[in-house]
Write a protein of this length. Structure first.
Length: 394
C-alpha cells in the first residue's frame, strides 16, 4: 500500500512531538528526567482514590459502568460549576462539558472554532500539544512574546483588528515558561478583548498549583465582572489528582458548549463514566482540600532545589524564570550554546530536558530549555542540574 498517497492532507500538518520521542529514553533506568510535564507519581493520592473507587462500586456500580451523557456526569458538572462560580459569574451544569483531559478540550475547541487560515494569537513560547492540536485544523498562529509578567499585551493591542479573533493563553505558571500573567496585564487583556470581540481560550491547567503569593483573578472572572463572555476556560484534574484519570473540562457559554457536545459525540460519545464517578466521589469528600497543600509544599521544595542548583551550577550568563507555582522553569543560555548538542551530551549523562525552541511556533528560542521540577526529588534535581552545569562548563 502506498500509505502517503492515502493519508488526508491535514496529516501533513501533524508533526512528531520531540517531547514524546524524548519520553521514550526518559524511562531508561537511572535517567534523571526534567523533560516531561509529569506530576510526581509518589504523591498521587492512591489510597483516597482507591477508597473512592470502592465507594463507587458499592453505591452506583451499574450507572458508573453504563454509557453516559456526552456532556458528562451531571453531579461532576454541578461540582465544577459550583467551584468556579462567582458573584459575577454564576455557573450551572449547562456551562460545563467534561472532556478526556484538557487536551481533548483543546481538540474539540479547534473543531468548532478553527477554519483554514483562522488567525490565532498565541504566547510564544506556548504549550506544544496546543500547537499540535490546532495546526491540522488550519490555525494560523500569530506569536506574541512572553516576559516575566506573561503575555505582552501591548503587542496584542498593536495587532490589526482582523487578526484578533481568537487568543489562546495559559495565564498561570505557563507551560513552558513557568511565568504568570500579571494582574495589570490581565485587566488590560480583558479590556482589549472586549473592545475587539476577541474570544480568549484560557487554559488553567496549572492554576491550582500556586505555592507562593496571592491568587490572581482568572480571565474568565475578570471578563464576567465586565458583563462579557469573551472567555472560554479549560481545566483538568491531571495536575491536581492524577493524569491517568483523563478527566478535564470546558467552561463556557451554553451555546458554545452545545456545539462542543456535538463534536465530542462524534469523537468518543463521552468521557469514561466510571472515572468521572470516581473523581466526583473523591472531590466531593474533600480530597482536594486535603491533598493540594501537600502537593504544593512538595512542589515548592522541588522548585527551590532547582532554582538554588541553577544558581550554584549554571554559568553566570544564563538566566531563568522564577515560578511561583506549576511544574516548570525556563532557562535561557548564553548566545552560541547549542542546546541540541547539550541535550545529546546530557542524555549520555542520563539527564533529559526539552529544548525550548520546540515551544515556539516560529522556531525561535534556540538557546532556551524547559526544565520540569515536579517529577524528581530534590536530591535528584540537584544531581541532574550539577551534571548539566558541568556539561555547560565544558
Ligand atoms: C497547558 C496545558 N494544557 C493542557 C494540558 C493537557 O492536560 P490533560 O489532557 O492531561 O488534562 C497540559 C498537559 O501537560 C498542559 O500543559
Amino acid at each position: 500500500m502506498n500509505w502517503p498517497a492515502r493519508f488526508a492532507r491535514r496529516t501533513e500538518l501533524m508533526q512528531r512531538s520531540a517531547v514524546r520521542e524524548l519520553l521514550k529514553v526518559t524511562g531508561r533506568p537511572g535517567m534523571i528526567s526534567f523533560a516531561g510535564g509529569l506530576p510526581a507519581a509518589e504523591l498521587f493520592p492512591v489510597e483516597a482514590l482507591e477508597a473512592a473507587t470502592q465507594r463507587v462500586f458499592a453505591s452506583r456500580a451499574r450507572p458508573a459502568l453504563q454509557y453516559g451523557e456526552t456532556e458528562g456526569v451531571p453531579g461532576l458538572r454541578d461540582w465544577i460549576a459550583d467551584r468556579f462560580s462567582s458573584a459575577s459569574n454564576p455557573l450551572t451544569r449547562d456551562h460545563v462539558l467534561i472532556t478526556a483531559g484538557a487536551q481533548q478540550a483543546l481538540d474539540l475547541l479547534a473543531r468548532v472554532l478553527v477554519n483554514d487560515e483562522t488567525p490565532v494569537i498565541v504566547e510564544n513560547p506556548t504549550y506544544l500539544a496546543f500547537l499540535s492540536a490546532w495546526r491540522p485544523f488550519g490555525a494560523r498562529f500569530i506569536p506574541v512574546a512572553v516576559d516575566n509578567d506573561g503575555l505582552q499585551v501591548d503587542q496584542v493591542e498593536a495587532l490589526p483588528e482582523s487578526e484578533s479573533r481568537l487568543l489562546y493563553t495559559i495565564p498561570d505558571f505557563q507551560n513552558p515558561s513557568g511565568v504568570s500573567l500579571s494582574h495589570e496585564r490581565r485587566r488590560q487583556l480583558i479590556e482589549v478583548a472586549d473592545r475587539r470581540q476577541t474570544l480568549i481560550v484560557e487554559d488553567v491547567a496549572y492554576r491550582a498549583l500556586r505555592f507562593e503569593g496571592d491568587e490572581l483573578p482568572s480571565l474568565m472572572d475578570l471578563a464576567s465582572g465586565r458583563g462579557s463572555a469573551q472567555v472560554v476556560q479549560l481545566g483538568t484534574f491531571s495536575k491536581t489528582l492524577a493524569p491517568g484519570l483523563r478527566i478535564g473540562w470546558v467552561l463556557g457559554e451554553p451555546q458554545l458548549i452545545d456545539k462542543l457536545v456535538l463534536a465530542k459525540q462524534a469523537a468518543d460519545l463521552h468521557t469514561s463514566t466510571f472515572n468521572q464517578h470516581v473523581v466526583l466521589e473523591a472531590v466531593s469528600s474533600g480530597l482536594l482540600e486535603e491533598h493540594l497543600p501537600r502537593l504544593k509544599s512538595a512542589y515548592r521544595e522541588r522548585c527551590d532545589a532547582m532554582l538554588s542548583s541553577l544558581r550554584d551550577c549554571f554559568p553566570a550568563k544564563a538566566s531563568w524564570t522564577q515560578p511561583t507555582g506549576g511544574l516548570f522553569v525556563f532557562v535561557t543560555l548564553p548566545e552560541g550554546v547549542s542546546v541540541r548538542k547539550l541535550l545529546a551530551e546530557a542524555i549520555e549523562q542520563n539527564v533529559a530536558f526539552v529544548p525550548g525552541d520546540e515551544f515556539f511556533c516560529d522556531h525561535q528560542g534556540s538557546s532556551t530549555l524547559r526544565l520540569n521540577f515536579s517529577h524528581s526529588a530534590p536530591t535528584v534535581i540537584r544531581e541532574g542540574i550539577q551534571r548539566l552545569g558541568a556539561l555547560l562548563e565544558k
